[in-house]
Design a binder for this molecule. Structure first.
Ligand code: NDP
Length: 280
């Protein structure tokens, strides 16, 4: 049986470490504060925002909540971000995505002060990551590195294959694996003979957004498989991009869905909020 990489347990550990750090900062007179902005009332976004606020309360980070109506204009949103950029007591700013279609997401991301960009989506954060300078790292890929390290998976020298090249998962994931001295290949929808490439992987990170697409014929015997996907199936049960039942018997370690990568994203957001104090 493979090692089940327990994201619930590892994320709880990280949140407890953050909680300790927040308490010790408080003793020195420094509080940590995250501003969370949601535009519209998309139910999935409301759940994510609620979970982020809950995590803040658990670790002792103050959270300011801005719930703006769907029809908020881009100018109004940018002006709120500008106001928060200039508030010294606000350390992190998070705008819940996706935004309504009349708002340009790139313009909003770029308006956030890079020193408060706890999601790590600002071009300056991405650039800093690429050239190895200090900055915020996108929470999901940063969480995957923590999962691997804390589960005793060695990255250096390993063949790492990432499926997916999105700005928030695939690309930063590839750069982080490279930073850990993995030999990295990034694949996408135009990759020829995907199975041939993924079967070379010692570490396979799957971020495709296609339920259960990855079956055992994509996976080398003994590989470590990280499943980033989150979907609800016809029975309202969560599943990932990996066909877990099919793949688990052939790999050495695997993340389940739920309970794998998912809980790490919020834990790393909490970590980034504390890091904002150092970066500021
Ligand atoms: P995107 O849709 O932005 O990107 C998907 C990527 O997969 C694209 O690069 C696309 O290639 C590639 N792809 C699509 N089909 C294929 C195929 N048949 N073969 C090879 N590559 C393919 O998704 P995200 O990166 O945002 O998210 C991926 C998954 O992770 C989703 O299920 C999402 O819900 C989940 N997710 C989970 C998070 C968590 O906290 N656990 C956080 C973020 C995302 P191309 O570029 O050529 O189109």
């Amino acid at each position: 049986m493979p090692q089940i990489i327990d994201g619930k347990q590892i994320s709880a550990q990280i949140k407890d470490e953050v909680k300790e750090k927040v308490a010790s900062l408080k003793e020195q007179g420094t509080t940590v504060c995250l501003a969370v902005i949601q535009v519209g009332a998309d139910p999935a976004s409301s759940v994510y925002v609620g979970n982020k606020k809950k995590a803040c309360a658990y670790v002792g980070i103050e959270s300011l909540s801005y719930e703006l109506p769907e029809q908020t204009s881009q100018e109004e949103l940018l002006s709120l971000i500008d106001e928060l950029n200039n508030k010294p007591e606000v350390n992190g700013i998070l705008v819940q995505l996706p935004l309504p279609s009349h708002i340009d997401e790139d313009a909003v991301i770029q308006a956030i002060d890079p020193k408060k960009d706890v999601d790590g989506f600002h071009p300056q954060s991405v650039g800093a990551l690429c050239i190895g300078q200090p900055g915020f790292v996108s929470c999901t890929p940063a969480g995957i590195i923590e999962l691997l390290k804390r589960s005793g998976v060695e990255i250096a020298g390993k063949e790492c294959v990432v499926i997916g090249r999105s700005n928030i998962v695939g690309k930063p994931m590839a750069i982080l694996l490279l930073r850990e001295n993995g030999t990295v290949t990034v694949t996408h929808s135009k990759t020829r003979d995907l199975k041939e490439v993924t079967r070379r992987a010692d570490i396979l990170v799957v971020a495709i957004g296609k339920p259960k697409m990855i079956t055992r014929d994509y996976v080398k015997e003994g590989a470590v498989v990280i499943d980033v996907g989150i979907h609800r199936n016809e029975n309202n049960k969560l599943c990932g991009d990996v066909d877990y039942e099919d793949v688990a018997p052939v790999c050495s370690a695997i993340t389940p869905v739920p309970g794998g990568v998912g809980p790490m994203t919020i834990a790393m957001l909490m970590y980034n909020c504390v890091r904002s104090i150092e970066l500021q």
